[in-house]
Design a binder for this molecule. Structure first.
Ligand code: MN
Length: 459
């Protein structure tokens, strides 16, 4: 038994920062997207970005939280070189939203805050450089109750959370570029001292670090020691944890209401409008697709991983059997995406064109084997199914002379199997047909070819 709570920081996909008009993107050069506000210069005043509030409310509603009409910003004081003002503007006493439930885990709170800058250790020898492009970028922090009990479940929760936030279009949620960051609090029992794990830079590392930390805490407990409330950092390279510092207490942050910012007001009309604009979320979508189509649960999971992918699947499955639609998308379409490192919205084969190709296979114009090459050609040239079939000359061949030629080659190259057939092993015909289809480059009309093959073997 263990007790795990997560704190997830998500960078909102706004154009500008939370309290000033600088671009929120990483920036072409270090310290290029900065101004007196995010540099913390004396006299500069923050102005709240309404687009960030809108996205935060979307996220909160998507996670089943209650959005409060009135919330407020506080100053969280700590001294660190990437924090120019000496405090972070966050929401402490009055968060934007509380009390959600997502995937069976209670969400304690969801609040808005600004990000800090970045320390760069690889630019100058023996010196640390500071890039403040990220200072002031809008984040939401999502804090769960300690409802998770096992490291693999924590990982699964994060996968689902990321999928939902991406459906909501609030963030890219990419751990590699830091738009999603996870800290974990973990203890052996609800009343036992807990530690905080930082620097968990992939979901796999979250799981591994939690398992390692639980192991460490159990070892301390079983040797009669006491776990100290500390912050540990995960070293992915060595797969080990290192104590970073003793955990700060709340008092040390000296929270104080930010006098430069008025309270945040989100009216019930705003909430209703944003709620009405929410997309169908992945859990609901997966349930609906599972009810509508006779597909294995795993296929549904894959097909609903991204909103655009589910849209694509539904557009194709509306016009051809769902099984074929699902198979083509899980293999050919996703292969293209993996190869090009991009999402389904940049696949050059439209849902309509894929429908045409699946239809040509069903009608016997092109074999399933040859259709794979046709798909690749469609994607490479951005052309339709018929154009690609013509271009590749991949149409099915029923010409008898050509088919006889392939039959002869098949028999010659597979003499042993041909003999087995003649001696009465009828099942071997499937193997021989497989060879024949391969020899023909997938183009042989299978029915005509099989008739000729049988006739040849039985002659
Ligand atoms: Mn935070």
């Amino acid at each position: 038994m263990s007790v795990i709570g997560l704190e997830i920081h998500v960078q909102l996909s706004t154009r500008t920062k939370l309290f000033c008009a600088d671009a929120a993107e990483a920036g072409p050069e270090p310290n290029s997207n900065v101004c007196p506000v995010c540099l913390g210069l004396p006299g500069a005043l923050p102005v709240l970005n309404a687009a960030a509030v809108e996205l935060a409310v979307r996220a909160a509603l998507g996670l089943g939280c209650t959005v409060h009409e009135r919330s407020a910003f506080d100053r969280k004081t700590y001294f660190y070189p990437d924090l120019p003002k000496g405090y972070q503007i966050t929401q402490s006493a009055l968060p934007l939203a509380t009390g959600g439930v997502f995937e069976g885990v209670r969400i304690a709170r969801l609040h808005l805050e600004e990000d800090a800058g970045r320390l760069l250790h690889d630019r100058f020898e023996a010196l640390t450089a500071i890039d403040l492009n990220r200072a002031g970028v809008p984040l939401i922090e999502i804090v769960t109750e300690p409802d998770l009990t096992e490291p693999p479940t924590a990982r699964q929760f994060l996968v689902r959370l990321r999928r939902t936030l991406r459906y909501l279009d609030v963030s890219e949620c990419d751990m590699e570029n830091g738009t999603l960051r996870v800290d974990a609090n973990v203890s052996l029992a609800p009343d036992a001292p807990r530690t905080e794990l930082k620097n968990l830079n992939s979901f796999a590392h979250v799981e591994r670090a939690l398992a390692a930390e639980l192991e460490r805490q159990r070892a301390i407990a079983s040797s009669g020691g006491r776990v100290a409330a500390e912050t540990l950092t995960w070293d992915a390279e060595t797969g080990s944890l290192r104590v970073l510092r003793r955990k700060e207490s709340r008092e040390e942050y000296r929270y104080l209401r930010d006098p430069d910012l008025p309270p945040v007001h989100v009216s019930s009309n705003d909430v209703a409008r944003i709620r009405a604009g929410l997309p169908e979320l992945p859990a609901a979508r997966a349930a609906r697709l599972a009810a509508a189509y006779d597909l294995p649960g795993y296929d549904i999971e894959v097909l609903t991983a991204e909103r655009a992918l589910a849209d694509y699947f539904e557009a194709v499955a509306a016009r051809v059997p769902a099984k074929a639609a699902g198979d083509w998308i899980r293999t050919e379409v996703l292969r293209w995406c993996n190869l090009h490192g991009s999402g389904v919205d940049s696949v050059p084969v439209s849902a309509r064109d894929l429908v045409d190709l699946i239809d040509r296979v069903a009608r016997g114009v092109v074999s399933r084997t040859a259709a794979r090459t046709v798909f690749e050609r469609m994607a490479d040239l951005g052309i339709g199914a018929d154009a690609a079939i013509a271009e590749l000359d991949a149409g099915q061949v029923s010409d008898e002379a050509q088919l006889r030629d392939w039959v002869e080659r098949t028999v010659a190259e597979n003499a042993a199997e041909a003999d087995r057939y003649r001696r009465g092993d009828g099942k071997v015909i499937r193997y021989l047909m497989g060879r024949l289809m391969k020899i023909s480059g997938g183009r042989a009309d299978p029915r005509a070819a099989q008739a000729l093959l049988r006739a040849r073997l039985e002659a």
